[in-house]
Design a protein around this ligand. Structure first.
Ligand SMILES: *Cc1c(COP(=O)(O)O)cnc(C)c1O
Length: 392
């Protein structure tokens, strides 16, 4: 795997996940990289220190452990480089801070992860940056919203509660055509680089909550920012100026999780499709929101651009208000009530869409979002049926 055999065909995804990142020969053949905890790095002499001619210079600038994870992510994303940050939310705020300037106009999709939206509203507006939200279905209408000072277009697909898709290559193309300096960023957490590679579709910066599928075990927080050639230097400059870095123990955990990410995602995807199809036929369900369903409004875009679907979806309980939907949640025994997702255990939450500018569609009931874990489908169905029974 670590040879440069140009004649062999590219390895399959699970093979790559098993071998990317560190080279075992660098550490006496041990298959995993060492966990390096570091601030100070010693230089052998004054000249090496002056010229910085050794690979590591200080803990904030990376260690062999963080580099192993960075290498793995950059190879999966096809990126010029990747920066690690302490949470998925920081993976959104940091690249925005790297490129935002007073007087800039920023366009963001209205279905954005709400804490990202909160960052834009709170911090960007104080910096003199104007933020404007657009309908995920805007399509070629984005060109009417672009201004001469639009410096960032922020995308996410599908939306993490309402699951609208957007036409990523079309939007990235419009942004760059109308303003060549515009930086297109995308939160790609839902698909992971296994199911969608934003940089291949015209996006400049691909953002991940590594907290989710890459780690996969609900025990670590981290974000990854993977940049193309034109944005990489400025991203590095900003993260280094701001002193943002992660510890070796956490980086090790994420890399460990990534070894099984392909196998886990295949299982998450299979179970989720089974649950969605079952829910579509359920008499208390008016709608299932998941772009991998052929009758979902986002299906055509998902099918065209993505190579798989992960384990997060929503459904609408018909004729139920939020208090009734609360009875549903309280009756669940396997699904935990908690935030985050992509771990091995199933979760349920009742999202709200209060901050949306564009309506999400007919409100014919109450939306429940499910994170499908690695449990057996029949047990999860039985658990959801407990919830429906509690509705009376
Ligand atoms: C969870 C999540 C994040 C933030 O990740 P944290 O590590 O929890 O900060 C960002 N984007 C999306 C789509 C998420 O679901």
């Amino acid at each position: 795997m670590h040879s440069d055999d140009k004649n062999s065909k590219p390895a399959g995804m699970n093979t790559r996940l098993a071998h990317i990142g560190n080279n075992p020969r660098d550490y006496h053949g041990f298959v995993n990289p060492p966990v390096v905890r570091a601030s100070t790095v010693l230089f052998p002499d004054y000249e090496t220190m002056r010229d910085r001619t050794q690979p590591y210079t200080y803990g904030t600038r990376g260690t062999p452990t963080t580099d192993a994870l960075v290498e793995a992510l950059s190879e999966l994303e096809g990126a010029a480089g990747t920066k690690l940050v302490p949470s998925g939310l920081a993976a959104i705020s940091v690249p925005i801070l790297a490129f935002a300037e007073a007087g800039m106009h920023v366009l963001a999709v209205d279905s954005l992860y709400s804490p990202s939206r909160n960052f834009c509203n709170l911090v960007l507006s104080r910096m003199g940056v104007e933020i404007e939200y657009f309908d995920p279905h805007v399509g070629s209408g984005l060109s009417d919203l672009m201004r001469a000072n639009t410096g960032i277009v922020l995308l996410e697909a599908p939306a993490s509660n309402s699951f609208e898709m957007c036409d990523i290559p079309l939007l990235a193309n419009i942004a760059h055509e109308q303003n060549p300096d515009c930086v297109v960023m995308m939160d790609n957490t839902w698909a992971t680089p296994l199911f969608f590679k934003p940089l291949d579709f015209g996006v400049d910066i691909s953002i991940h909550a590594l907290t989710k599928y890459p780690s996969g075990h609900s025990d670590v927080l981290m974000g990854g920012i993977s940049a193309n050639n034109r944005t990489w230097d400025r991203l590095c400059e900003a993260t280094e100026a701001m002193g943002i870095c992660v510890g070796g123990d956490d980086a090790y955990l994420v890399l460990r999780g990534m070894r099984s990410m392909g196998v886990r995602l295949a299982h998450h995807q299979k179970t989720t499709l089974e649950l969605c199809k079952w829910l579509q036929k359920h008499k208390r369900v008016s709608r299932v929101l998941y772009p991998a369903l052929p009758d979902d409004p986002g299906y055509a875009l998902w099918k065209r651009d993505f190579s798989g679907a992960s384990g997060l979806f929503s459904f609408v309980i018909s004729d139920a208000d939020r208090d009734q939907a609360g009875l549903f949640l309280n009756a669940l025994k396997i699904h935990g009530l908690g935030y985050s997702w992509a771990g091995y255990e199933s979760l349920a939450v009742m999202p709200n869409f209060r901050d949306r500018v564009v309506a999400i569609g007919p409100e014919e009931g109450t939306t429940i979002r499910i994170q499908v874990g690695l449990e057996d489908t029949e047990d999860l169905m039985e658990d959801l049926e407990r919830g429906f029974a509690a509705l009376g």
